[in-house]
Design a protein around this ligand. Structure first.
Ligand code: URA
Ligand code: SF4
Length: 197
């Protein structure tokens, strides 16, 4: 019998719970595998779970999460219409930037998630998620300030996927100019989603 996407994700969740491939398992509360629908057409990839995400075991529930929710509301996208995960599944102490070793240890889970979900659109939030995906799919990464809001198409084992890098919502927490930049990019995203329907 064919294994469903939900069962596949559940199996991986068990593996991640026992994962010790980098040091972050020692200090995290629980790993955050991801949230939302495994049948979604849109996959959102952040950096790593923060303090509140680690505490509540849910993606984007802190200050950056409030901004993300505003942006999703703006284009009428519900959390259960997308799937949200991060490059790292465990919260790094003091939210340190993901190290090369941590990314290399953890990214296999992300690529398995991409193959399970088979999204049509991947949104990468911030420099780390964007750079990782650009390297993986052989798209030349430059700077998030140059690439944000643009659409990059790539071929995968399950077909064509649009990758759209955006600024991380955390940059907008205390900066209204960045809120406006993110809003503009989300409007563009809305039009791309409409065309994909
Ligand atoms: N920032 C992230 O990158 N991911 C989360 O889940 C929360 C905050
Ligand atoms: Fe494993 Fe990823 Fe957690 Fe490191 S961050 S322990 S690789 S699940």
């Amino acid at each position: 019998m064919k294994i469903t996407a939900k069962e596949d994700m559940k199996k991986m969740e068990e593996e991640i719970k026992n994962c010790k491939k980098c040091e972050l398992w020692k200090t995290r509360n629980k790993p955050l595998v991801g949230d939302g629908s495994v049948d979604a057409d849109i996959l959102v990839i952040g950096e790593s779970p923060g303090y509140y995400e680690d505490l509540k075991n849910k993606a984007f529930v802190g200050e950056a999460g409030k901004i993300l929710d505003q942006l999703l509301n703006l284009i009428n996208l519900k959390r259960d219409e997308i799937y949200i995960t991060n490059i790292l599944k465990c919260h790094p102490p003091r939210n340190h930037n993901p190290s090369r070793h941590e990314i290399d240890s953890c990214s296999n889970y992300l690529y398995r998630q991409i193959n399970i979900i088979k999204p049509k659109i991947i949104i990468t939030l911030g420099k780390y998620a964007s750079k990782e995906l650009f390297i993986r799919f052989n798209l030349g990464f430059s700077k998030i300030s140059e690439l944000h809001g643009k659409v990059f198409e790539t071929e995968t084992d399950f077909g064509k996927v649009k990758i759209i890098p955006l600024y991380h919502p955390a940059v907008a927490c205390y900066n209204n100019v960045m809120v406006d930049v993110l809003k503009d990019d989300f409007w563009k995203l809305r039009n791309i989603i409409k065309k994909c329907d």
